[in-house]
Design a protein around this ligand. Structure first.
Ligand code: GDP
Ligand code: MG
Length: 169
C-alpha cells in the first residue's frame, strides 16, 4: 500500500538588492549548482526551489528572485560606481524589507556581498560591510556565484537562513 507523502514545509526567501549584483546568478547557482553566465534582466519576480535538510527536516526553500531596477539605468552608470552604490543603497532595501515584512520578532535577514571573485576590484571592504551587517543584526556572507571554490559560501547563505527560519516564531 502506498504510504502517504509527508507534508513538506515551504520556506520563502526573498532576494532583494540593486540590479546587476547577481541575485539571479546566486539563486540559480544554489538551486542548480551551475553558474549561468548570460542572465536576462529579471522582469517582475521569478522563483527557484531546492530541498534542504534542516536538522533532519526536509524543507523546500523557495527563492524569490526580484527585479532590482530598470535595466536602462544599468548601462548609463559606470561599473565601478554601481558596485559601490549597491552598498550605499542598502538602507533603502532594508527600509523596503521592514515595510513589507512587519513580523514582530523581526524577519531573519542575511547580507550577501556577491562577486567575491572580484574582491580586489571592490570598493566595499569587508570591515565596512561587516559593521553595517552587525548594526542591522544580519550575518554577512561574502560569496561568488561564479567561482566554484566559493560555492561553500553560497550553501552557507541559504542553509543559515533556513535554520533561522526554522527557529523563527
Ligand atoms: P541581478 O540583476 O542582481 O539578478 O544580477 P545577475 O544575476 O543577472 O548578474 C549580473 C551580472 O553579474 C551578470 O553578467 C553575471 O554574469 C555577473 N555575475 C553574477 N554573479 C557573479 C559573481 O559572483 N562573480 C562575477 N564575476 N560575476 C557575477
Ligand atoms: Mg535578476
Amino acid at each position: 500500500e502506498p504510504q502517504p507523502q509527508p507534508q513538506r514545509r515551504v520556506f520563502k526567501v526573498i532576494v532583494i538588492g540593486d540590479s546587476d549584483v547577481g541575485k539571479t546568478c546566486l539563486t540559480y547557482r544554489f538551486c542548480s549548482g551551475q553558474f549561468q553566465d548570460k542572465t536576462e534582466a529579471t522582469i517582475g519576480v521569478d522563483f527557484r526551489e531546492r530541498m534542504v535538510d534542516v536538522d533532519g527536516e526536509l524543507i523546500k526553500l523557495q527563492l524569490w528572485d526580484t527585479a532590482g531596477q530598470e535595466r536602462f539605468r544599468k548601462s548609463m552608470v559606470p561599473h565601478y560606481y554601481r558596485n559601490y552604490s549597491s552598498f550605499q543603497n542598502l538602507p533603502a532595501w532594508i527600509e523596503e524589507c521592514n515595510k513589507y515584512c512587519s513580523s514582530s520578532g523581526g524577519i531573519p535577514r542575511i547580507l550577501v556581498g556577491n562577486k567575491s571573485d572580484l574582491k580586489e576590484k571592490s570598493e566595499v571592504d569587508t570591515n565596512t560591510a561587516q559593521r553595517y551587517a552587525d548594526s542591522h543584526c544580519m550575518p554577512l556572507f561574502e560569496a561568488s556565484a561564479k567561482e566554484d571554490k566559493d560555492f561553500a559560501n553560497i550553501e552557507a547563505i541559504f542553509l543559515t537562513l533556513a535554520h533561522k527560519l526554522k527557529c523563527h516564531k
